[in-house]
Design a protein around this ligand. Structure first.
Ligand code: SF4
Length: 75
């Protein structure tokens, strides 16, 4: 199976990755745009209904409703 990014993953942690965007520390990550999630991030490629690969995290799996500070609006 494809490797999954966890919140404890060093890179994921450094980017403030959360599997649930509603759990993002918005005081720390002031750039958080309401409504932004992995699913509408430019680095995301859906692999099923709830997960997808993240090109910014070594094409590992992230949760569609997750978020990290590398988020860029899907082009
Ligand atoms: Fe999710 Fe985008 Fe961050 Fe990857 S870069 S973890 S797809 S918000």
């Amino acid at each position: 199976a494809q490797a999954k990014v966890t919140e404890a993953d060093p890179t994921g942690k450094a980017l403030g990755y959360k599997e649930d965007a509603s759990k993002v520390d918005t005081a720390k990550f002031k750039q958080f745009v309401k409504g932004s999630t992995c699913a509408n991030c430019n680095f995301y490629a859906a692999k099923g209904a709830t997960e997808g690969t993240c090109a910014a995290l070594g094409a590992r799996l992230v949760v569609g409703k997750g978020w990290c500070s590398a988020w860029v609006k899907k082009a």
